[in-house]
Design a binder for this molecule. Structure first.
Ligand code: SF4
Length: 475
């Protein structure tokens, strides 16, 4: 994943970009960078650092005195070092990208086929994907044609910011709008952001939300569409369910509000099916499970409680570190129980999703060892059947690592993989069978998943505009 922030203004924007990028820290853990354009024509100033062990703000604080400029862009990246500074027939420009390029090797080979071309190789031997995008953009005669050419060529998704040497920022949203891109404005200029709350907090007002494939030019004076939006959008549903920041709005829908609504819909549907268990507390698995649980609790009438509280002072981020074993350990260390709310209590937990099930299994075992009378589990989205191929989404791994796919394989072997749509629907026989098998394997007293219809109802925008590939494999 990753995120970006840029600003072009009549005043210096270093602090805006610094805090704006920092507010995207929940979207990535590997690299971050900022670059500023000096309107005096003395060039660009740029820094890129690893943020694997040190948070963005601490990592970049010492660089601030050396930065100045009325235009700047920056990013949090889960992939390669960026923003890159590129010189070509289009001029000198900075580039940052978010998305996934699944055909990178083929694009690199196609680029080499003309002869006499090269990329800087990273220590892994691979090409920096942002450099690859720059090479694609540079194959055309202007930025709009180049960005469209790159977006057409990429299998996956590509959302990007360009900053030219006169301080103009060009923002392009992915062709299917998998991720959001928003423009904010204040009295001095404009900003571009993935998260809307980032610029609200900096005093910018909502100005515009790019449509799918739209390209917009932004400077201190204003913004204008230089390539119109396409007709088809598939914005990622997981923005609302899991990784979007609660204060943000995408397509006009606030994340926190969607999560309350989602939890309430789950409880409403369970009441109708008569499967609502009698519990002492409804709780959320921190952080993103909590608002879903608040919605579930309000609708079901069961009190909301916090039998686990996250230790935030030194474990503020949800993804780090990169190693899975260490991450599991960290996840365990972060959650501190409240024994008085666990012992002899009937608990219903809501998690944002159930991906591999390993961490959850550990939590459930702990709850029973701590004397919980019952542990019921609810997932705020349907069973995940497919890994994401549109974003570098940390939770999507090999499909057989997904607990739902593993259980389908155990139940029916390869034949089962042909009926994933039925398995994903808890109202079918196969769906019921999957549910009870996972429930048994994980040791829950009961298990429920939000339905696809329920989740889309909670998001509330035209369902054809939402990507649901993770759950139903539909592109
Ligand atoms: S496949 Fe899943 S994670 Fe990827 S964009 Fe679609 S909904 Fe989001």
């Amino acid at each position: 994943m990753g995120g970006f922030f840029g600003a072009a203004s009549k005043r210096d924007v270093v602090m805006d970009v610094f805090f704006g990028v920092d507010y995207h820290s929940h979207l990535g853990t590997r690299r971050a960078g900022m670059i500023f354009c000096d309107e005096g024509g003395t060039g660009f100033q740029r820094e890129i650092h690893s943020i694997e062990n040190t948070p963005f703000r601490t990592r970049f604080e010492d660089d601030l005195p050396g930065f100045h400029g009325r235009s700047g862009i920056g990013c949090i990246s889960d992939t390669d070092p960026q923003p890159l500074l590129v010189r070509s027939h289009l001029g000198t420009f900075a580039l940052t990208t978010v998305g996934a390029i699944n055909n990178a090797e083929a694009l690199v080979e196609a680029y080499f086929s003309g002869g006499g071309k090269q990329f800087m190789a990273m220590s892994s031997g691979e090409v920096n994907t942002t450099e690859l995008v720059a090479a694609l953009i540079n194959q055309q005669g202007d930025f709009v044609s180049g960005i469209k050419f790159a977006q057409e060529a990429v299998e996956g998704s590509l959302t990007l910011l360009v900053m030219t040497n006169d301080g103009t920022i060009i923002a392009a949203r992915d062709r299917r709008g998998r991720l959001p891109v928003l423009v904010g404005e204040d009295d001095d200029g404009h900003c571009i952001s993935f998260e809307s709350f980032a610029y609200h907090k900096l005093g910018y007002r909502d100005a515009y939300e790019l449509g799918p494939g739209e390209i917009v030019r932004v400077d201190a004076e204003g913004f204008e569409t230089i390539s119109p939006a396409g007709p088809d959008m598939k914005i990622c549903a997981f923005l609302w369910v899991y990784y979007g920041y609660p204060n943000s709005n995408y397509e006009g829908v606030n994340v926190e509000v969607m999560r309350y609504r989602n939890g309430a819909i789950m409880a409403r549907d369970e009441t109708a099916r008569n499967t609502l268990p009698d519990v002492d507390y409804v709780a959320g698995v921190p952080d993103s499970g909590v608002p879903h649980a608040i919605g579930y609790s309000s609708e079901s009438g069961a009190p909301f409680g916090r039998p686990f509280i996250k230790y935030t002072p030194t474990w503020p981020r949800s993804f780090m570190p990169a190693n899975q074993d260490v991450r599991n350990r960290v996840a365990k260390m972060k959650l501190i129980p409240v024994p008085e709310l666990i012992r002899e209590k009937r608990l219903l937990f809501v998690d944002d999703s159930i991906v591999r099930g390993t961490q959850l299994r550990g939590t459930v075992d702990y709850l029973y060892e701590s004397g919980a009378a019952e542990v019921h589990m609810r997932s705020a989205c349907p069973p995940i059947m497919f890994g994401c191929k549109y974003l570098s989404f940390s939770r999507s791994r090999s499909e057989m690592e997904l607990i739902a796919r593993r259980v389908v394989q155990d139940l029916e072997g390869d034949e089962g993989q042909r009926h994933l749509d039925e398995y994903a629907d808890a109202s079918t026989e196969r769906g019921k069978c999957l549910l009870s098998s996972i429930c048994k394997q994980m040791g829950f007293d009961s298990l429920g998943y939000q339905s696809l219809d329920g989740m889309l109802e909670a998001i509330g925008i035209d369902r054809d505009k939402v990507c649901t590939y993770c759950w139903n494999g539909r592109e």
